[in-house]
Design a protein around this ligand. Structure first.
Ligand SMILES: *[C@@H]1O[C@H](CO)[C@@H](O)[C@H](O)[C@H]1NC(C)=O
Ligand SMILES: *[C@@H]1O[C@H](CO)[C@@H](O)[C@H](O)[C@H]1NC(C)=O
Length: 289
């Protein structure tokens, strides 16, 4: 009995394993939503490209909605003169009191650094920007951008290095994203009124089309929200949800400090002129200030 049920569960896990490998395919996870042919899924679902020209940008969204997750994707940004372009990659719910967790990549002239802009909205309130330079050229190769979103914290990471932590500050009266399911969205568009060097450098349309590339979307550690229930509340998945209480260990905290010391170029929690009456309450909880 014991050995036959063990072999049956082995068989089931082999079948599930091959099922999961075969669904690691962008056609299964993502929908192109706009851009009239400028967004494409290529190579049998291994690669997605967004492009932008003078007439339009383009975008995609995830098929699923998630309520908490650890979601990774690899991006390779618009190379060369990308000034004026913005590539946004974010989680968002719907409506005027929406929640949102943002990565936005602000392009630049050839050889000048991109800015990685981050923000967190809860119940429609944002204004929580932190901006970074990267420690590599994000246009030369694919790099992994991750969002860990659990009930206690949101951690933004780049190639496994945490760059930002936003802690749940409900105890200080700050709303936290935890009741609204979110989808992944991404878009490439023209924002030359503000994106590059404060809007002074405009998009050079002679360089169009501009193209950003995506691969290896991984939401296998995310709770899919569907018809009012979560895939994580079924007992079968409870063994693989340690990320739901994950926090930064001491090594990761050191790396976060390294990034914030060397690569952070803007932190709303340090912008005294903007908050003359004092910083928003959550700033007291977050390491950087
Ligand atoms: C673009 O390059 C300039 C000059 O190095 C820099 O000041 C700026 O922060 C860079 N990034 C953006 C998005 O403007
Ligand atoms: C997806 O990410 C998880 C960790 O978050 C990892 O264990 C798993 O191997 C990844 N899957 C793929 C196909 O890369």
């Amino acid at each position: 009995m014991a050995s036959s049920s063990a072999s049956i569960s082995l068989l089931i896990s082999l079948l599930l394993g091959s099922f999961m490998v075969s669904t690691a395919n962008l056609y299964q996870d993502l929908d192109i939503t706009w851009g009239d042919g400028r967004a494409k899924i290529l190579n049998n679902g291994d690669l997605l490209t967004l492009s932008l020209d003078k007439a339009s940008g383009s975008g995609f969204q995830s098929k699923n909605e998630y309520l908490f997750g650890k979601i990774d994707m690899q991006l390779k940004l618009v190379p060369g003169n990308s000034a004026g372009t913005v590539t946004a990659y974010y989680l968002s719910s719907q409506g005027s009191t929406h929640d949102e967790i943002d990565f936005e990549f602000l392009g630049n002239l050839t050889g000048e650094p991109y800015i990685l802009h981050t923000n967190v909205f809860s119940q429609g309130k944002g204004n929580r920007e932190q901006q970074f330079y990267l420690w590599f050229d994000p246009t030369a190769d694919f790099h992994t951008y991750s969002i860990l979103w659990n009930p206690q914290r949101i951690i933004f990471s780049v190639d496994g290095t945490p760059i930002r932590e936003f802690k749940n500050a409900e105890s200080l009266g700050v709303a936290y994203p935890k009741n609204q399911a979110m989808r992944i969205y991404s878009s490439l568009w023209n924002a030359d009124d503000w994106a590059t060097q404060g809007g002074r450098v405009k998009t050079d349309w002679t360089q169009a089309p501009f193209t950003a590339s995506y691969r290896n979307f991984n939401a296998s550690n995310a709770c899919v929200w569907s018809s009012g229930s979560s895939s994580c509340s079924s007992s079968s998945s409870s063994s693989s949800t340690s990320w739901l209480s994950e926090e930064l260990d001491s090594t990761s905290q050191e790396r976060l400090k390294w990034v914030q010391k060397n690569y952070m170029i803007y932190n709303y929690c340090a912008d005294t002129p903007r908050f003359p009456q004092g910083f928003p309450p959550e700033c007291a909880l977050n390491t950087s200030s």
